[in-house]
Design a binder for this molecule. Structure first.
Ligand code: SF4
Length: 231
């Protein structure tokens, strides 16, 4: 079945840009965006990835020539994705697998093949699905708590995280983060980096993140790519 085999994945886009968030901020990166998510964040900026509507299927050629956000996606073989990256982006060493929610699919094989190509792989996940990746993959967990889809952030996913990136829109979100960290106190004892990310580069949210970063020795993730008008 397409959902489970890990040999074929629904891809919304593949593109290159500068990673603008978290520990790899500033790093030239190949982004692979998977289609589908039912977490239901009301502020989501990739709502076009939410549905796996069969009417929106395109072929691989159309996928890699996409120039703007759309709900079109392609069921891609892992070997085609890896080959495309090998041929077109040999110089870029960092790959970010994102979504949608990439962990609704078995991405182990994709990670494994990219690493065999010499790439460092990072995934961005909400933590609401089991993380099936190789040991070297850098896991950025952006916990989505109490969202409309009713999904739970899984303990195992939190335990696999290499960094936590918390979207912050208002002061209340800080207290949600504090409760989350209390619940998973090993994140603090293991000194995993905590990133505060203002929603939509909003000024009020940025100010809250700035103040709370200084107060708690957390880090500020300002989505650099948005300031330089890139995806
Ligand atoms: S988890 Fe990510 S893709 Fe899914 S709704 Fe939330 S922000 Fe959007």
């Amino acid at each position: 079945m397409k959902f489970d085999s890990g040999t074929c994945l629904p891809i919304n886009e593949i593109f290159v840009t500068i990673q603008g968030e978290g520990s790899f901020s500033g790093t030239p990166s190949i982004f692979i965006r998977l289609q589908f998510c039912d977490v239901g964040c009301h502020w989501c900026d990739t709502k076009h990835t939410w549905l796996l509507n069969e009417d929106n299927i395109i072929n691989f050629e159309e996928l890699v020539t996409k120039e703007r956000d759309s709900n079109k996606f392609s069921w891609c073989k892992i070997e085609d994705i890896v080959k495309y990256i090998e041929v077109n982006y040999p110089q870029i060493k960092h790959v970010v697998i994102t979504g949608g929610e990439p962990c609704y699919f078995n991405i182990y094989l994709l990670c494994d093949q990219l690493e065999k190509l010499g790439k460092q792989v990072q995934i961005e996940t909400s933590g609401t699905a089991e993380i099936k990746v190789t040991d070297n993959v850098w896991v950025t967990l952006s916990p989505k708590i109490n969202m409309a889809g009713g999904k739970i952030v899984l303990k195992n996913s939190v335990a696999r995280a290499n960094e936590i990136k918390m979207p912050i829109g208002k002061q209340y979100d800080i207290s949600v983060l504090e409760d989350f960290l209390k619940e998973h106190d090993y994140l603090l004892t293991n000194k995993i980096k905590i990133w505060l990310q203002p929603l939509s580069t909003n000024n009020t949210a940025t100010k809250i993140c700035f103040n709370e970063a200084l107060k708690n020795n957390w880090n500020l993730s300002i989505q650099v790519h948005k300031y330089i008008n890139c995806r």
